[in-house]
Design a protein around this ligand. Structure first.
Ligand SMILES: Cc1cc2nc3c(=O)[nH]c(=O)nc-3n(C[C@H](O)[C@H](O)[C@H](O)COP(=O)(O)O)c2cc1C
Length: 209
């Protein structure tokens, strides 16, 4: 099967891409309005883009042609926190994707406790096993649908005690959830290991150490 995207509608390409680019990790993003309302929403167009300084990015689309609360707050305050959820929080993640008015806090609606940020003005989710305090460094628009890729520098990592040793996160203990196409989620399946590529390489190694 071949699909030429040129004549396709954006929503059809979206459906195709979100089925192909899987599984996606989920950035569970807290932001804050100028009035102090804490906003929470999930974003699976999420990746890291740099390690020094550490930078992560989320792609936020428009809703009915208007900016989502998350993008508005980030562009206004320049601060946000990317929380990472575990398997036990799947339903809360899903429900936090419901659009509420700008002056309604999803953390209040869902009864989720927050903790003040250390280096940013925004609070993080108390129950999240991982949170990354971010300062906005780039906002880049892509395509014709008004999506904005927001890149933040991580100025503080928070990891639940016991989850990380020598900067290595115990993925089995983290038990992250990911998004696949539509309203579908998945947990990690089998984890298997291979020899490090640097040990089998015949040319220069890519290993970053
Ligand atoms: C698991 C999940 C992942 C999502 N990923 C994205 C995404 O990457 N980009 C996006 O614009 N919306 C995404 N959404 C939809 C937003 O979370 C939704 O529009 C939300 O209401 C935005 O909230 P806000 O207006 O408070 O920012 C996702 C929803 C769910 C449930």
């Amino acid at each position: 099967m071949r699909i030429d995207p040129a004549p396709m509608q954006p929503q059809d390409i979206y459906r195709l891409l979100t089925g192909i680019v899987v599984p996606r990790p989920i950035a569970w993003v807290t932001t804050q309005s100028a009035a102090g309302i804490v906003n929470l929403a999930p974003f699976s167009c999420f990746t890291f883009v740099s390690s020094k300084p550490p930078m992560v990015g989320i792609n936020v689309g428009l809703r009915n042609g208007e900016q989502k609360d998350t993008a508005r707050n980030i562009l206004e305050s320049k601060n946000f926190i990317v929380n990472i959820a575990d398997e036990t929080m799947a339903e809360k993640i899903h429900l936090s994707g419901v659009a509420h008015p700008y002056d309604v806090s999803e953390t209040t609606v869902l009864g989720l406790e927050t903790v003040p940020g250390e280096k940013v003005s925004v609070p993080r989710l108390a129950m999240a096993p991982v949170s990354m305090e971010c300062v906005l460094r780039h906002d880049i628009q892509f395509g014709t649908t008004g999506s904005t890729f927001l890149v933040g520098e991580v100025v503080m990592f928070h990891l639940r005690d016991g989850l990380c040793e020598n900067n290595k996160v115990d993925t089995r203990a983290l038990r992250p959830i990911c998004r696949i196409g539509g309203p579908n989620y998945a947990a990690l399946g089998e984890i298997y290991s291979m020899r490090n590529v640097a040990d089998v390489a015949t040319g220069p190694s890519d290993r970053v150490e």
